[in-house]
Design a protein around this ligand. Structure first.
Ligand SMILES: NC(=O)c1ccc[n+]([C@@H]2O[C@H](COP(=O)([O-])OP(=O)(O)OC[C@H]3O[C@@H](n4cnc5c(N)ncnc54)[C@H](OP(=O)(O)O)[C@@H]3O)[C@@H](O)[C@H]2O)c1
Length: 332
């Protein structure tokens, strides 16, 4: 089968390669991939910047989510059959959706929302699960709570705003002028133009911040959260709590503890809990998201669609950091 691979970590172009068809485990389905999405995570994996979180053997097929059709089911698969239209984010050890086929555990997939095309469906799994796990599993976001979602116009942001609104929260978000209309259209209550305004001058007493940007923006976020509130980051430094929960071992726990020292000090100073998260595969949670989409409560936001041989251009576009919604890669 055709696949886009890397042979080593670094800022090297992806290579179009012929790879053997994946074998299908007892609990796996073989999916014919129709569409994948491009996420900043793909560049981070290619560059090797998250090697401490997950290290891959080479050569590696890139790609973290997909939509497609089941063409074979493993002996013990109970929830899917040949011909089912599905979508999913394979578990982090088993990525590789920039390819014609993938073997994926049945627990990592869900039926594709009936009202979405394959292109629209592929825009959902990674960003949808990320927001779902942040708001349901970690924050347990409650009706009436106030949350700041950083970078509301991006792939994660446009989904996160819709989910937070669905859960009854009041949502503030940051964007440049270019994303203003988009973030309003998906439901943001308060929109801050980060080029001309500082969110910490305008917001206070927030229950939570969902940070997608890390660095200085993450550190400034502590100023607006009330005592007992929470900050979740996708791009900040992992801390010792994350390393322990993820079973990363003593050495990495000590390393992350030292690296995130400043964030730990900010947690204590502001009485705010900081959580770094890394999205997990979950077909069950994706099924819940399917329901939200089929009932019209959440819709996919797509920026651009690239053909498979445009993967390099698509990755470069993603790396500009300017995408409005998701970037889509058509595999077939
Ligand atoms: N840890 C995890 O499990 C996990 C999961 C998913 C994603 N992530 C990470 O989360 C980050 C966001 O992902 P994404 O898919 O949403 O990225 P994305 O789609 O590439 O985000 C692009 C958007 O970010 C906005 N933006 C850039 N700088 C900004 C700033 N200073 N303030 C406000 N908005 C800003 C841009 O708006 P303007 O053009 O208006 O500037 C653009 O619309 C990435 O770093 C990704 O790797 C991590």
């Amino acid at each position: 089968m055709k696949a886009m691979i890397i042979e080593k970590y670094g800022k090297t172009p992806l290579l179009l390669a012929d790879r053997p068809m994946p074998t299908v485990g007892d609990y796996e389905v073989l999916a014919e991939i129709h569409v994948a999405s491009i996420n900043p995570l793909d560049s981070k994996i290619r560059d090797g910047t998250i090697k401490l979180l997950i290290k891959y053997e080479m050569p590696l097929i890139l790609g973290n989510d997909f939509s497609g059709v089941v063409v074979k089911a493993g002996k013990k698969v109970t929830r899917f059959k040949v011909g089912d239209e599905i979508y999913g984010r394979p578990r982090k050890q088993s990525i590789g959706t920039f390819a014609e086929y993938i073997s994926v555990h049945e627990n990592d997939i869900a039926l594709k929302p009936k009202n979405l095309s394959f292109e629209e469906a592929a825009a959902i799994p990674l960003v949808g699960l990320t927001a779902y796990q942040a708001f349901h599993d970690i924050l347990q976001l409650q009706k009436g709570q106030k949350i700041l979602i950083q970078a509301g116009a991006g792939g994660v942001g446009t989904f996160a705003i819709q989910l937070a609104k669905l859960m009854g929260a009041t949502v503030a978000t940051t964007t440049s002028e270019a994303g203003m209309d988009l973030v309003k259209s998906v439901g943001a209550d308060e929109v801050i133009n980060y080029k001309t305004e500082k969110f910490e001058d305008l917001l206070e007493n927030y229950d939570a911040v969902f940070d997608t940007l890390g660095g200085d923006i993450l550190e400034r976020s502590f100023k607006i959260v009330k005592k007992g509130g929470q900050i979740i980051s996708l791009s900040g430094l992992p801390n010792a709590r994350f390393a322990k929960a993820d079973g990363l071992g003593l050495l990495k726990t000590m390393l992350f503890s030292a690296a995130s020292h400043k964030l730990t000090k900010l947690e204590k100073k502001h009485h705010v809990q900081y959580t770094f998260m890394f999205v997990k595969a979950s077909g069950e949670q994706l099924s819940t998201i399917t329901n939200y989409i089929e009932s019209g409560e959440i819709k996919p936001i797509i920026d651009r669609i690239f053909p498979m041989d445009g993967v390099e251009e698509a990755m470069k576009y993603s790396e500009t950091g300017r995408a409005k919604g998701e970037i889509i890669l058509k595999i077939r």
